[in-house]
Design a protein around this ligand. Structure first.
Ligand code: DX5
Ligand code: ZN
Length: 218
């Protein structure tokens, strides 16, 4: 299985986003951008004007993770701003299929994110409408939290549902993923890995990405 690594810049130096992306450009596949609105999660990061500039300046495609209320209203703007993948939360969206179709129409991959306590089963029949499912392996809002092993059974069930659907849906894990937890994620069916503090907390972020890839592909 091809493993894609998407480092999160949440814990990078946000005053130098272009430079921080450049540090991982040769090692990573995507760059994960966490958009938080201070309402859906108790943290506020960055929004559309920054994403628009970063999309133009980044050496890697942007994987935007929207932790915002009312993504039906806000998500299409991120596709228009140049994000190649736009993921919204099941807990916040009003009309997930309509929004996914709109994102795809705008040329972006459409992702559905589920918090740790949100079940995947209600979405089983709708999986072909999405290009990716993101399973949160921490409660969303902050980097550097410990990995929640309790999400692994849902990851296995989601992999089985994706296989049964026959659709090409990527399975992303986000939160607490590092060298010590990545193998569990891949073994349970993840094929796209977000890692924030494990990459930008390292002295050499590119080497940290390579080490994660080696651990994932073992
Ligand atoms: C958390 C964010 C994550 C975060 C991951 O709400 O969605 O993308 O940056 O950071 P780590 O890898 O440190 O848990
Ligand atoms: Zn994220």
């Amino acid at each position: 299985m091809t493993i894609r690594i998407s480092p999160s810049v949440l814990n990078a130096d946000l005053s130098d986003l272009r430079g921080e992306v450049a540090r991982i450009a040769d090692a990573a596949d995507w760059v994960h951008v966490d958009v938080m609105d201070g309402h859906f999660v108790p943290n506020l990061t960055l929004g559309l004007p920054v994403v628009e500039r970063l999309a133009a300046a980044s050496a890697l495609p942007l994987d935007c993770h929207l932790m915002v209320e009312d993504p039906d209203r806000w998500a299409p703007g991120y596709a228009e701003a140049g994000a190649r993948s736009v993921t919204f939360h099941a807990e916040a969206v009003g009309a997930p299929v309509r929004l996914a179709r709109e994102l795809r129409r705008l040329g972006a991959r459409a992702g559905l994110a589920l918090n740790p306590a949100t079940p995947v089963e209600p979405y089983a029949d709708l999986l072909p409408e999405f290009d990716m499912v993101l399973l949160m392996t921490v409660e969303p809002g902050f980097g550097g939290q410990p990995f929640l092993d309790g999400v692994l059974p849902k990851l296995r069930r989601t992999r089985a549902l994706v296989e049964a659907s026959g659709a090409d849906v990527w399975l992303q894990v986000d939160g607490g993923v590092r060298a010590s937890t990545i193998e569990r994620c891949v073994e349970a069916g993840a094929d796209m890995i977000v890692a924030g503090s494990a990459v930008y907390g390292a002295d050499d972020p590119a080497e940290a990405v390579r080490a994660l890839r080696r651990a994932a592909e073992q």
